[in-house]
Design a protein around this ligand. Structure first.
Ligand SMILES: [Fe+2]
Ligand SMILES: [Fe+2]
Length: 191
């Protein structure tokens, strides 16, 4: 096939003008003031309260997960699989670690972590469970982990590039919840 020759009445486009990368000096200047805001600079944006609310709901979820896994650890100890009872405690401790990291980030953002016990269940995305049967415990935990995975994924999507530190923290926690769900799925299939 013959190569097309450009029509001679079309001028080549000028090279695209790319704006050079410039820092926002006014925002840097603003960062020198309002020192009482700590890690939150004026450029953080208007969504700080929303992020704190979402983190507090996740904190409530983690705390309810700690309580559910501990209950299961102690009541499953006499059942058929002591290894799974031990793993429930491993998960409880990891959920407690997640709660601590969320609370720390809430404080960094100038918020107050909500540990109020009366409203924990209502604020948590995942449910408490006091099943006495091992399979029912594993199933309840798997449901809770899957709810946590869905919730963290949605929050990560909502945060996007608005707050990369919070997003990285939630991505870290999400990876742990996926591991938990994977383990629970395996235990569910053990007879
Ligand atoms: Fe967790
Ligand atoms: Fe988990």
């Amino acid at each position: 096939m013959a190569a097309k020759t450009p029509p001679n009445n079309v001028k080549p486009l000028p090279a695209a003008r790319v704006d050079s990368m410039q820092l926002d000096m006014a925002a840097i200047d603003a960062a020198r003031r309002s020192l009482d805001q700590g890690a939150v600079n004026p450029s953080y944006g208007p969504w700080r309260e929303d992020v704190i609310r979402l983190l507090n709901d996740s904190l409530a979820t983690e705390l309810v997960c700690v309580l559910r896994y501990k209950r299961h650890h102690f009541t499953a100890a006499g059942l058929a699989s002591p290894k799974i009872a031990d793993e429930f405690m491993v998960h409880a401790n990891e959920e407690a670690g997640h709660a601590d990291r969320l609370a720390q980030r809430i404080v960094q953002l100038g918020g107050e972590p909500d540990f109020a016990p009366d409203s924990l269940s209502a604020r948590s995305h995942a449910a408490y469970d006091d099943s006495s049967d091992l399979k029912a415990m594993i199933r309840a935990n798997l449901i809770a982990e899957r709810v946590a995975i869905e919730t963290y994924s949605q929050i990560i999507g909502l945060i996007g590039d608005k707050d990369s530190t919070t997003r990285r923290l939630l991505e870290d926690i999400l990876a742990d919840e996926q591991e938990h769900a994977d383990e629970l799925k395996d235990w569910l299939s053990v007879d």
